[in-house]
Design a protein around this ligand. Structure first.
Ligand code: C2E
Ligand code: MG
Ligand code: MG
Ligand code: MG
Length: 276
């Protein structure tokens, strides 16, 4: 009967779901503690100028060193924090820490370069993005031109006028804005035309296999041409091989980022890139 089937269904799934729910709750609860107890830290990955091969920027990427579970990657806890709203506090911490670190490097006489921070779309709808940024720049003493924000296309799904206003305000402060993971969302470059965006980061799914995929390379070529015609730079994400790097350069990509140049590194290890 239907009832028996129903029972069977639950008997089958329940044991599989429970550990997942438990893990999720453990992470969600642990995240507040993580922020208070300094379990979060940033790694830094270089962006390389395609023209010169020199360091052109840095991306800050969050990591969580959990006391029992070990190192937890952001894909495991950022989505949870986005759902619960705790992301607003995490983003503020990341922004502050990236500013503090960059200022410390500058004060130590190391190369002056812009650090980009990933900001959740949620920050554009809720919360006090502008105030947060002004406060933390003031607190850390970092010049606004040494910070940039990476936002995803998700930002443009709602309240577009309000989003544009905020981005324009940030640009007036001197902050650069990048569209991250470009090509994975629903926006088109046409829509981006309305926005004062400094650069577009091509999602790494476009780069993987680009050297032997004619369709991919034509799409990427078209994106780059259009972006350039709108005065935006293009960054290739996830460059892993010399062939991919050369291919992106030949397509006139402006900057390259990926394991070929370096994995994201803790601050002390990253310093080597700043000594030039
Ligand atoms: P994202 O902003 O697109 O960052 C790029 C991701 O690609 C990073 O993963 C980086 O380690 C990885 N990556 C870089 N080069 C390569 C490569 O050559 N090959 C491959 N396979 N991967 C490469 P990560 O650090 O695990 O971060 C994942 C995502 O989590 C980020 O994607 C971003 O969306 C989010 N995230 C990371 N840190 C933060 C943060 O501080 N705040 C917020 N809101 N989100 C963050
Ligand atoms: Mg990013
Ligand atoms: Mg990305
Ligand atoms: Mg991403």
């Amino acid at each position: 009967t239907a009832k028996d089937e129903g029972d069977g269904y639950f008997r089958y799934y329940k044991p599989n779901l429970l550990p997942l729910i438990a893990e999720r709750m453990q992470l969600e609860n642990g995240l507040h503690k993580a922020l208070l107890e300094n379990q979060l830290f940033l790694c830094y990955q270089p962006k390389i100028s395609a023209a010169t091969g020199e360091l052109s920027g840095i991306e800050a990427l969050i990591r969580w060193k959990h006391p029992e579970l070990g190192l937890i990657p952001p894909d495991k806890f950022i989505p949870l924090a986005e759902e619960s709203g705790f992301i607003l506090e995490i983003d503020r911490w990341v922004f502050r820490e990236a500013c503090r670190q960059n200022k410390a490097w500058q004060d130590a006489g190391l190369q002056q370069v812009s650090v980009s921070v990933n900001i959740s779309a949620r920050h554009f709808y809720q919360g006090d993005l502008i105030e947060m940024i002004a406060e933390e720049l003031q607190n850390t003493g970092l010049d606004a031109r040494y910070i940039s924000l990476e936002i995803t296309e998700g930002v443009f799904m709602r309240n577009i006028e309000q989003v544009i206003e905020k981005i324009q305000y940030l640009r007036r402060l001197g902050i650069q804005i990048s569209i991250d993971d470009f090509g994975t969302g629903f926006s088109s470059l046409n829509q981006l035309q309305r926005l004062p965006i400094s650069d577009v980061k091509l999602d790494r799914s476009f780069i993987r296999g680009i050297t032997h995929d004619d369709k991919k390379s034509s799409i990427v070529r078209a994106i780059i041409e259009l972006a350039h015609s709108m005065n935006m730079r293009v960054v290739a994400e996830g460059v892993e091989t010399g062939e991919e790097s050369q291919f992106c350069k030949d397509l006139n990509c402006d900057e390259l980022q990926g394991y070929l140049f370096s994995r994201p590194l803790p601050a002390e290890m990253f310093e080597e890139f700043l000594r030039g």
